[in-house]
Design a protein around this ligand. Structure first.
Ligand SMILES: *Cc1c(COP(=O)(O)O)cnc(C)c1O
Length: 392
């Protein structure tokens, strides 16, 4: 049988990392010891006290039944308490917090709540691919906001044409930013609130990396800015902060109507997060936070190694203040694809071509710091010896 795929599936480009995994597999099959600096997935384990909490919860039969879609009140309370402690943001756990099966799930589903076919969604370019894919699946049209080095990788809201802004229902933003490592100030967030208010746009801020920051910098939540809760919601999860990407526990918080609309949609699609996982995630949020600082110290050391190596080869990169990514221009004369190919060919190292994050990623590549220090050191040693010095 040959089944014809629906148009909405045909419209989706192949998931970026699926292509990269294929290239790695081909190299490995030829006996090359490939080191991947591609996917951003923490290599370090989930903290022990979190695992203990999950084990305890696993033994309680009450947790073997369907959870509630919105999340246990204890889980939503843990999220609200963490927001209060970390950002000074007050949230009503019953109305302003909804659980997500990882924030990616909520980001992908959000457009179904507010986007009709033909509506515009403002999407950063380069950006996390789920913003545009979720938009396309809902029948919406992404309008790409260029993130350029000249603007510190912040969108220029004044450059959005009036007629586009008027058709826009939703705007996605993400700071600290994947893939650029850029950060946003509260002043920028205040401009976003004013823009969203003027045009009636729901702001969806993806805050996945607020806890992965360096050199004393503490990234703000979008919800810290006055009026943010009127116009926006924030997506977050335990994934990056506590090395819990596999557990699938996230949340959306902020504007009560939007949080509840997402909850209503989800109640028709899924049945929430496994309760043992909710207990574990709550333990991560409520428990000791020293591990987060230790994690950041590890990423900082890796960041410095990569930046020093590239700068030694002729790059002139500044050290990002947050995220576990390095976003760097390709050498003159290269495209993102040709440079990624060269590095794989000569050094056996996988870097992500910037085009995987949108057309404006052309001319860049991304390195992820999520692999053990000796492997990262080996990758940098290969870059140092196999890649020619470049002049920018
Ligand atoms: C990793 C990441 C997330 C988190 O995804 P989860 O589904 O919560 O694991 C969200 N946004 C961006 C930009 C990310 O890189």
């Amino acid at each position: 049988m040959k089944f014809v795929e629906a148009q909405r599936i045909q419209n989706l480009p192949p998931y970026l990392f699926a292509r990269i995994e294929q290239a790695i597999a081909e190299k490995k099959a030829r006996g090359v010891d490939v080191i991947s600096l591609g996917i951003g997935d923490p290599d370090l384990p989930t903290p022990g006290h979190v695992i203990e909490e999950a084990v305890k919860a696993l033994h309680d039969p009450a947790n073997h039944q369907y959870p509630s879609t919105a999340g246990m009140l204890a889980y939503r309370q843990a999220v609200a308490d963490w927001y209060a402690r970390r950002f000074g943001v007050t949230l009503d756990p019953e109305r302003e917090v909804v659980s997500l099966i990882g924030s990616k799930e909520g980001i992908a589903h959000l457009p179904w709540c507010y986007v009709d076919p033909g509506d515009v969604v403002l999407v950063p370019d380069p950006g996390y691919p789920v913003y545009s894919q979720g938009t396309i699946l809902a029948g919406g049209e992404p309008y790409y906001l260029p993130l350029t080095a000249d603007n510190g990788f912040l969108p220029d809201l004044a450059a959005v044409p009036d007629e586009v802004a008027k058709r826009a229902k939703v705007m996605f933003l993400n700071y600290p930013n994947n893939p650029t490592g850029a950060v946003a100030s509260k002043e920028f967030f205040a401009e976003v609130v004013a823009f969203a208010r003027e045009y009636g746009i729901l702001v969806c801020h993806d805050a996945a990396y607020t806890e992965i920051a360096f050199d004393g910098y503490r990234p703000p939540s979008f919800l810290e800015v006055p009026g943010a809760k009127d116009v926006g919601i924030e997506f977050h999860s335990v994934s990056k902060t506590y090395n819990m990407t596999g557990w699938r526990a996230g949340w959306a918080v902020g504007n009560a109507d939007a949080v509840q609309a997402l909850g209503r949609l989800k109640s028709n699609l899924d049945s929430g997060i496994f309760q043992a996982v909710q207990y574990a995630a709550a333990a991560a949020l409520n428990g000791p936070q020293e591990g987060v600082a230790e994690l950041c110290a590890i990423y900082r050391e890796r960041r410095d190694l990569v930046i020093d190596t590239l700068n030694g080869l002729g790059w002139r990169l500044e050290k990002p203040r947050a995220t576990f990514y390095i976003w760097a221009p390709v050498p003159p004369g290269h495209t993102s694809a040709s440079f990624a190919e060269l590095v794989l060919e000569k050094a056996g190292v996988v870097i992500t071509p910037g085009t995987g994050y949108g057309a404006r990623g052309e001319g860049y590549f991304r390195i992820s710091l999520t692999l053990p220090a000796p492997r990262l050191a080996e990758a940098m040693e290969r870059m140092r010896t196999c890649i020619d010095r470049v002049a920018f």
